[in-house]
Write a new protein. Structure first.
Length: 164
């Protein structure tokens, strides 16, 4: 049963990540850095990838994001990164996050699946954190697709299942 669960979760998690990747790749330059506060396209992509990295870590304590990113995303003041990250940087971060998510799913056992995750928030199990993070990725991939549709009248297609 555990292997079926892991296959199903990865199929959908991988699809969410593929949709995010397509949204990043297909964003034209004039939309990427368009100034719109916290609705800036690049920032939504970055925020999504930061929290993918964060929640796919084993624990909150000692977390360090992939370089060149900082912990500013965790600051309650809502600090904005000091520069616009380019597509190449975020696609590299996406690849890192995809590998981390896949390894996390592959590492699930009947013992650790329903253990409370080691994050102060949210108070959920390891299995639920996987689904929580997948939903977060899909939420923002959809947000990016909406922005593309509104600004360019085009958006990437739906991805039904991630690659194994």
């Amino acid at each position: 049963m555990l292997n079926i669960f892991k296959t199903v979760v990865w199929g959908q998690f991988g699809a969410s990540l593929a949709m995010l990747e397509n949204a990043i790749e297909q964003c034209p330059d004039n939309v990427w850095g368009d100034k719109a506060g916290f609705q800036e396209y690049w920032y939504i992509a970055y925020h999504t990838l930061f929290f993918l990295d964060y929640f796919m870590s084993e624990k909150e304590e000692g977390f360090e994001p992939l370089s060149p990113y900082t912990l500013s995303e965790l600051d309650p003041a809502g600090l904005f990164p000091d520069r616009v990250y380019d597509k190449g940087e975020l696609l590299t971060y996406l690849k890192f996050g995809r590998n981390k998510a896949k390894a996390g799913i592959d590492g699930l056992t009947e013992t650790n699946l329903f253990v409370r995750c080691r994050f102060e928030r949210p108070e959920i199990t390891v299995a639920e954190l996987m689904l929580f993070t997948m939903r977060h990725v899909q939420h923002h991939a959809a947000q990016l697709n909406l922005i593309l549709r509104q600004k360019t009248n085009s958006a990437p297609n739906w991805v039904g299942k991630g690659k194994s």
